[in-house]
Design a protein around this ligand. Structure first.
Ligand code: SF4
Ligand code: SF4
Length: 178
């Protein structure tokens, strides 16, 4: 049976598309100003980390659609570069280490297969990060992790999952499973 995290990962593109239409409608139809949306995105980031980019942002949606399915380093750097201009990405990225929407990790279920690292765009461009290797910086706690859940989706054993849990201050520790 598919875990909640895998189901959520599969639905994320649809949720992102629906939320993006909602954000556009808020601006165009309901005349909610962009600064208000930015403030809402930053407040959401305090709890969810940098999830606005891959769960709510219309521009993020377009950028994701323009990326190849297996992006090379150049595409990933370009994607990160364009996000530099967005204050929501800046603010919520800084909250990644402290947010309660996290990638849970169950060491006992991990077989060191490396599928999570191969699916993560952060690991691809930053070789000192990993989702499972000891002694590496935790990719899911990095500034650039947008909670895309590609790692959760790729994990064949269910060792990675979506967790709502208090922030841990150290890397590579188990987070409580939902
Ligand atoms: S959610 Fe996982 S795959 Fe996506 S950026 Fe974060 S660590 Fe990488
Ligand atoms: S994909 Fe899952 S089992 Fe494989 S290394 Fe990553 S956490 Fe471990």
């Amino acid at each position: 049976m598919k875990s909640f995290g895998k189901k959520l990962a599969k639905k994320r593109p649809l949720i992102h598309a629906i939320n993006s239409v909602g954000v556009i409608a808020s601006v165009v139809i309901f005349h909610i100003s962009l600064p208000i949306i930015m403030i809402a995105g930053l407040i959401a980031g305090l709890f969810g980390g940098k999830l606005f980019c891959r769960w709510f942002c219309p521009i993020g949606l377009m950028m994701e659609k323009m990326m190849p399915s297996n992006p090379d380093e150049k595409s990933i750097h370009l994607y990160q570069y364009y996000k530099l201009g967005c204050p929501i990405a800046w603010g919520s990225g800084l909250a990644n280490r402290f947010s309660i929407f996290r990638i849970g990790r169950k060491r006992s279920a991990c077989t060191d297969c490396g599928a999570c690292d191969r699916a993560c765009y952060i690991v691809k461009v930053n070789p000192i990060t990993s989702l499972y290797k000891k002694g590496f910086k935790d990719a899911a706690q990095q500034y650039s992790c947008s909670r895309c859940l590609a790692c959760v989706s790729a994990c064949p054993t269910g060792a990675l999952s979506v967790a709502v849990a208090p922030a841990k201050t150290t890397d590579k520790v188990d987070s409580p499973q939902p």
